[in-house]
Write a new protein. Sequence first.
Lengths: 174, 431
Amino acid sequence: MDGVRRRDFINIAAVSFAGVGGATLLYPLVNQMNPTADVLALAQIDVDISAIEAGQAIKTVWRKQPIFIRNLTPAEIQAANAVDAGSLRDPQSLAERTKEGHNNWLITLGVCTHLGCVPLGAAEGENRGEYGGYFCPCHGSHYDTAARIRKGPAPLNLEVPEYEFLTDTSVRIG
Amino acid sequence: MSFPWAEEYRPKHPFMRWMDDRLPLPRLVYNSVGGGYPVPRNLNAFWNFGVLAGLALVIQIVTGIVLAMHYEPSVNGAFASVEHIMRDVNQGWFLRYLHANGASFFFIVTYIHIFRGLYYGSYKAPREMVWMLGLVIFLLMMATAFMGYVLPWGQMSFWGAQVITGLFGAIPLVGEPIQTWLVGGFAPDQATLTRFFSLHYLLPFVIAGVVILHIWALHIPGSGNPTGVDVKTPQDTVPFHPFYTAKDGWFAGAALTLLALLVFFLPNYLGHADNYIEANPLSTPAHIVPEWYFWPFYAILRAFTVDFILPAKLWGVLAMFGSILLLFFLPWLDKSPVRSGSYRPTFRIFFYVLLVDIAILGFCGGMPAEEPWVMLSQVATIYYFAYFLIILPVLSMVERTLPLPNSISESVLHGEKAEAAPLGAQPAAAE
């Protein structure tokens, strides 16, 4: 083309080369802030649930986050099934939130989906909110007996992590 | 730039002349905060708070650097190292209390500084850049203060970090990866603490850099003044030194006395007892509250409880960030050519209501998320946004303002009524 000099090409090539190099350097600078290998390595745990009676719940830790494992009473299961799932903010039935044949075992993250507080209700005597499940004291989110959001600012039900029953009394989370 | 009558820097000592030819740093100082910077002669006490904020930044940087010599940024050692500072380090209690209360001091003077700007229209042309750079400083201050509060790794530190990084989780699609990236894991932990320490050390120096830009931008048109009338003649100004250096010095002494009262007699008054409990990732304190200076924004965050197209949580987050970001547009929302609230009788009423409104938001932000506080913060949030988005634009079109004085010097000639009175019969000049 007219007026395009050899020097223009060299300029553009040099600046592009330096630009791509600089942008490439950004990747490790940004990505170093993502979870490290040792943090990711804590991603699977086995829990013995044989000692949890109906109506009780335990707290355990998975990936540095609290996990609630609750053995639902028949009344709680009934209460959860009595609601029309379609009418909920985050529509899910109890069956979708538990494993086939283990419908009394409700395993969720103990992390409020609003801003990440640990809801109350897993330990004996704690406030379980207006729907008898969990209650987050930070901003007043009420979860029902299937740990579904019913009232308050949280947008989603308490998250159900990946897990499987190894035996009837042992689960592997993660 | 400065007014044409600004005193020129003329060093007398041969060494200073030699220096001026090589590195004119004394000239820069003279022209920016010395006799070479003419300032309106009618500034009231509210014009002292910028300097006080600068002083607070210096206090925070100095105490912060020495605290970092004793602090240990590890999840197992952080809490103990803060107690070590309090009990074992020579005068460590003083340095830490000064740093912790210094943050509150910084925010108090900065809030007064911002409200001064809102009342006297300091954000209006030609000072829009001054205003916007100030907002950048304010945002950086909030980030720095938040990360600093996490460092002692107490219960409020931990759960504050959890809640605030959780705000980013509200963003659709990319929210959770961003949150994980910010904390470096699935919940605040060692990675979070270390990076917050690194950034908490860095950001104050970034603030100092933006402060320089803020002052640079201010010195192009020069300081505003309580009448909002432009400087017209040399009679309208006095040199910064010695007049305002002396006044700022006196105010610095008064403000530091108040800070000393806080540090020596009420060092934990503005803090929260839960932060003297070490962080426990499995137990949330019954009542999580941020530091007082975040309460109005926290109230706005919690005011959204109903899903409307978007989830309530996202609305809360958008409103909270929006409450500050909309201030960037303030110079174009308030089109009234009269800068000062002193000549805008209707504006003044709405402004005072805004002050009360923000106080109510602050109060609600410190209370649990229960009625009547939620309802009250909802009403207050509506007024906050209405003030900037509806009231100011409408008011700047319909308000009948008072006549402005002809000049700054005229407005300060007390006792000579005939001369000092605004020329009411004449239509007032726009500025």
